[in-house]
Design a protein around this ligand. Structure first.
Ligand SMILES: O=c1ccn([C@H]2C[C@H](O)[C@@H](CO)O2)c(=O)[nH]1
Ligand SMILES: [Zn+2]
Length: 136
């Protein structure tokens, strides 16, 4: 990432977003902060439901907020949870959701102390199926 917003600031925003998590069933709070290529930042959190299967992940909420406001080109997404010992890692569904919008953007998986693990979407979902396979 370059001059737009520091990695540390994007991660901090993902931890702030975690405060809005609606997770009464799992009690597992997740926040995300997404940086678009034009420098706009969107945040989101997981949103669970009494019909448990309807819960949605923080990453899907956040990417959907951006796409629904016209953004499809992303530089990075930061993800936050309360786990002190593990970096929060996106589920398989979220990896596919990210992959829809490219393979070479960055995913920062963080801990509450701000430490992080950086991977590209392609690192997290190699040999993937994507829009290029359908939109020929
Ligand atoms: O990367 C992740 C992992 C889990 N969750 C949510 C889904 C569910 O609400 C709760 C427990 O799995 O955490 C996310 O939002 N993102
Ligand atoms: Zn997920």
């Amino acid at each position: 990432m370059d001059n737009i917003l520091s990695t540390e600031d994007l991660i901090a925003k993902s931890h702030e977003a975690k405060d809005f998590a609606y997770s009464p069933y799992s009690k597992f709070r997740v926040g995300a902060a997404l940086l678009t290529r034009d420098g706009t930042v969107y945040t989101g959190c997981n949103v669970e439901n009494a019909c448990l299967a309807l819960g949605i992940c923080a990453e899907v909420v956040t990417i959907s907020k951006a796409v629904s406001e016209g953004h499809r080109e992303f530089k990075a997404i930061a993800i936050a949870s309360d786990m002190a010992d593990n970096f929060i890692s996106p589920c398989g569904g979220c990896r596919q959701f990210m992959r829809e919008f490219g393979l070479q953007w960055e995913v920062y998986m963080s801990k509450p102390d701000g430490s992080f693990l950086k991977q590209t979407v392609n690192d997290l979902l190699p040999v993937s199926f994507g829009p290029e396979d359908l939109l020929k």
